[in-house]
Design a protein around this ligand. Structure first.
Ligand SMILES: NC(=O)c1ccc[n+]([C@@H]2O[C@H](COP(=O)([O-])OP(=O)(O)OC[C@H]3O[C@@H](n4cnc5c(N)ncnc54)[C@H](O)[C@@H]3O)[C@@H](O)[C@H]2O)c1
Length: 310
């Protein structure tokens, strides 16, 4: 199939592109910059531009059977700093993308939403797809609004879609210099022998998910036949930040210092996703043990540092 991946040079997008290439699909990537950790792939057509360039976005989806939407111009923290930018650059530009998809007769749009933010502070864990959605950051509100517009475009124009709500993915090629992605940031600090900053007392738990398991879930959600359109993809287990630090100390053998700071209003206290729908409907399951995923991510960071030295 002919597939365009918006955000295909990012962390999740680059792994998704690998999986789609392995299945023999014809891949075009739209991103504002090339991949950070690899040279461009010979089998991929790259369209480099901003998501706000509507003409370029329209031309990038021409002839596509499937469009994956993985662009986000914000993360939870930055979205609350400037909600107007969050809404205009994510929701409005996505509406233009969806209109273009209708015009170009795209068969399916797959949107990567956020299991970590659309639910807000959960009334219970694990959180299922039907639980209440009360985001406590603009990023989560925008993700949810885009989900609702997909529903609307399906009703109005028959645009087919699937939504994946990942928990907290980690793995090789997640930028350790970003301001989110605890695993990669913590491992990156271990590599540089820098202290780790934890917002709060470290008891907040997250549902850390290895990238290969997420991509497997995204691909299965895209191609499986199911009446459902929204899928949680997570590990099904919560790990506190303090437990994560202990595992990282063990794997890296670096005795990292931790600096505890006041907790942030937009951090939910606990996150564990119920993935029984994905297991039942998609035949998907979480496979990677946390220690194995952490070791693979650490080894990738070490290799990348070696490449930079050579
Ligand atoms: N990483 C996570 O913890 C996580 C969790 C749940 C959902 N998501 C969602 O998954 C998607 C991919 O996340 P990721 O972790 O791979 O992020 P990422 O930042 O690594 O990748 C996003 C890509 O989008 C591109 N991009 C951003 N703004 C753009 C713009 N204006 N024009 C063109 N390209 C632009 C970036 O260059 C980047 O390559 C995002 O929508 C994110 O919200 C991420």
């Amino acid at each position: 199939m002919k597939i365009t991946v918006f955000g295909g040079c990012g962390f999740i997008g680059s792994h998704l592109v690998d999986a789609l290439l392995l299945q023999g699909h014809d891949i075009r990537v739209f991103d504002r910059s090339l991949e950070l950790f690899r040279t461009p792939l010979v089998d991929v057509e790259y369209v480099i531009g901003d998501f706000g360039n509507r003409g370029l976005v329209s031309s990038a989806i021409k002839g596509s059977d499937i469009v994956f939407h993985l662009i986000s111009t914000t993360v939870p923290k930055t979205s609350n700093d400037d909600p107007v930018f969050d809404v205009s650059s994510n929701i409005i530009e996505t509406l233009y993308l969806l209109e273009a998809c209708v015009k170009e007769n795209v068969n399916k749009v797959v949107f990567i939403s956020s299991g970590g933010t659309v639910y807000g502070a959960p009334a219970r864990v694990p959180i299922s797809e039907n639980d209440q959605t009360d985001p406590i950051c603009s990023y989560g509100i925008s993700k949810l609004a885009i989900e609702k517009y997909l529903f609307l475009f399906n009703k109005l124009y028959g645009l087919n879609y699937t939504i994946v709500r990942p928990s907290n993915p980690y793995g090789p090629r997640q930028n350790p210099k970003n301001i989110q992605g605890a695993v990669s940031v913590f491992l990156g600090n271990a590599l540089e022998q820098l202290p780790i900053i934890i917002w709060g007392d470290g008891s907040v738990s997250r549902d850390f998910l290895y990238i290969d398991d997420l991509v497997d879930g995204i691909v299965k959600a895209t191609f499986a036949k199911s009446d459902y359109r929204v899928f949680n993809i997570g590990s099904g287990a919560g790990t506190s930040l303090n437990a994560l630090v202990a595992m990282i100390r063990e794997i890296t053998r670096v005795d990292i210092d931790v600096s505890y700071k006041a907790s942030r209003a937009f951090d939910v206290p606990e996150l564990v996703l119920d993935t029984s729908r994905a297991q039942r409907e998609l035949g998907w399951s979480h496979k990677t043990a946390m220690a194995d995923g952490l070791r693979a991510t650490w080894n990738a960071l070490l290799e990348n540092r070696q490449d930079q030295v050579n």
